[in-house]
Each structure stands twice: as C-alpha cells, then as structure tokens.
Ligand binder design. Structure first.
Ligand code: GAL
Length: 329
C-alpha cells in the first residue's frame, strides 16, 4: 500500500471515530414555553408544581409526576435545558398513608445541620381536597427515595397549595393556603425542618391566594401567588417585604390577566459570572388531561427598588455560566 492510500484510510478512520465519539443526542439550548419537554431519554418530563435546588454543578428539578403510582420525580441538568431523569423520590408504596394519596407541589430544601434533604408537600387522601394537610419526607440523598415522615395540619390549620423558603441564615419557612384557601399562612420550621415550630403570620387574611413562590434579592423578599380558580389560570400578584416576617406590601398585579396561561410554582435564581437572573417557573395546567400540562419559564425582571415585571416570551435560552437569559420577542 503506498503512502497516499494509507493516509486516506487513516483520515477515513479518523472521521468515523470522531463522529462516533461526539455526543449522540443533540443538546437543546432553549426552553420553549408551553411545549412538551422531554428528558435525555426522550420521555416527557413530569415535574409539575415543582421546585429546584442547585447542588454543585447541577440544578435539580423535583415535582409532581402522578404516573404509575409515582408522586414525586427527580431530574437534573447542568444547563437547565437538558434534563436527565434521576429517579422517583416518593411513590404510592413509600408508606401506607400514601396508598390512596394525592401529592401536590412538593418542594425540597437541604438542612445543613442534619445533612438531610427535606421535602414538604400538599397531602390529600382520596378523591377530593378535604384532607388539606401538609406532609413531610426526608432523605440523605437528593436522588434516592425519600422516607415519608407524616402528614398533618400545621397548628390545626388546613394546608393546601404550599412552598418552602430557606432564608440566608438557614431558617426555613413553610407557606400554605389555609381556611379553604382564604388565608396564606407562614410557619417557621424546626431546626431539623421536619416540623412547623411557629405560626409566623397570616398574609392577606381573606385574600384567597395560592401557588406561593418566594425569592430574596438584595434587601427585599418577594412572594408571588395566584388567585384561586382551580386548574384555570388567573392574574398572579406579588408582594415584597424587607423582612421575611413582614410586614408585606399590598398585592400588586404581575404579568397579564392569566399570567400567560400559567400558575406560579417557583422562582429560580441563576447565579452566573456576569449577573444573577431570575426565572419565573409556572405550570400551564391541563386539568382535563393532567399529562398534557406544560411549563412556562419567563424572566422575572426587577425594576427600581422593589418593582417586579413578568413579560411573555415564546422561549428562553438560559446561559448558566454568565447568569444571563436570552429571550425571543
Ligand atoms: C390549583 C392548585 C393546584 C391543584 C388544582 C386542583 O389551584 O394550585 O396545585 O390543586 O388547583 O384544582
């Protein structure tokens, strides 16, 4: 074989090998609002009413699944667009109290003192929403099945739509809709996060708010909530406070009359080298066909001292390295 033929063969082998070495699936860069989202195995992502956690390089997304006796599933991603399914955290068989349960809006935070991940959620038993309880589960590993602890009504109050918020000093709070969703309650958790230790406040008594999501930015805490119209979307409102224990501002409209056909579930800070952006994460529910529900990711912009804005964009490109969000208008 002469040299020329030999080098052509080598070149050919090189091209084939490098082709095979390349990432098999095409990496997604965009979050497309309202479109079905698939994980890296091609399955539809079921993480509704969910929350997020950043651990090392990974963002974890934990939310409602409801398929085949699963309640809560876990996904992870380095770029917020390519999500790898990591496992089911809570299922119908995790505990006898869960055999006929309905679990909604699970949220997980990490407890530095105990080294455990703690999940709080809305617990129902049977076909309706009359149990109105909070439930707690715990795990040493964010990707492994959680141990169910209990369900209860904090301080005897009904507890439906809910969220967790961990403050900078490690104090954690549970917010949930009480009194047939008329009152939004705020509870301070015990040091191990497994209990509600103190009833801190009743936010906007009679205000009829649900789907709470909180974030702290600069000197202010912000809370976004929805109105109460079941699966149908409505006008989101926000409020701000200088202290997590209030007083909170009045409720101020956010986004449009249907919050772009979504209901709040989380505010995700994306901290990068250039800036920190904030993504509003909402569910676009399909109450008739739950699994047709999709997700809405919109940049939340802060104007002036404490004004929040939410505008529609069909898609978002999160650039996690710089902390920027590129939008299409
Ligand atoms: C919504 C609530 C959802 C779900 C739904 C049921 O208001 O935010 O999590 O409970 O009602 O109708």
């Amino acid at each position: 074989m002469n040299n020329k033929v030999f080098s052509i063969i080598l070149l050919f082998i090189g091209i084939v090998v490098s082709g095979y070495g390349a990432t098999p699936e095409k990496l997604r860069k965009t979050l497309t609002n309202g479109a079905p989202m698939h994980d890296t195995q091609g399955n539809v992502i079921n993480a509704h009413g969910g929350g997020f956690l950043k651990i090392g390089e990974y963002y974890y997304w934990i939310g409602e699944n409801r398929k085949n006796g699963v309640f809560v599933s876990c996904y992870r991603s380095k770029d917020l667009t390519n999500w790898e399914f990591r496992g089911d955290l809570l299922t119908r068989t995790s505990h006898k109290e869960l055999d006929k349960a309905n679990i909604e809006r699970p949220k997980v935070i990490y407890n530095e003192k105990t080294g455990k991940y703690v999940m709080w959620m809305h617990y129902e038993y049977g076909p309706d929403y009359s149990y109105a309880r909070a439930a707690v589960a715990v795990s040493d590993d964010i990707e492994k099945p959680f141990t169910y602890v209990k369900s209860f009504r904090p301080f005897g109050n009904m507890s439906r739509d809910c969220t967790l918020f961990k403050d900078e000093d490690g104090t954690a709070y549970f917010f949930s809709s009480a009194r047939e969703n008329y009152d939004m309650m705020q509870y301070r958790l015990s040091d191990d996060y497994l209990d509600a230790k103190e009833q801190v406040a009743t936010l906007w008594p009679g205000g009829h708010r649900e789907a709470p999501a909180l974030v702290k930015r600069g000197d202010y805490y912000y809370i976004i909530t929805s109105g109460c119209t079941g699966w149908a979307p409505n006008q989101a409102k926000y409020a701000y406070a200088k202290s997590i224990t209030g007083p909170w501002s009045e409720l101020i409209n956010l986004g449009n009359a249907t919050t772009f056909e979504s209901q709040s579930t989380y505010i995700l800070p994306i901290e990068g080298t250039k800036s920190t952006s904030y993504l509003y994460v909402g569910d676009r529910w399909d109450g008739k066909q739950y699994f047709n529900s999709t997700y809405i990711f919109l940049p939340l912009t802060f104007k002036g001292e404490n004004k929040l804005e939410l505008n529609w964009t069909p898609s978002v490109i999160p650039v996690v390295k710089s902390g920027e969000l590129i939008t299409e208008r």
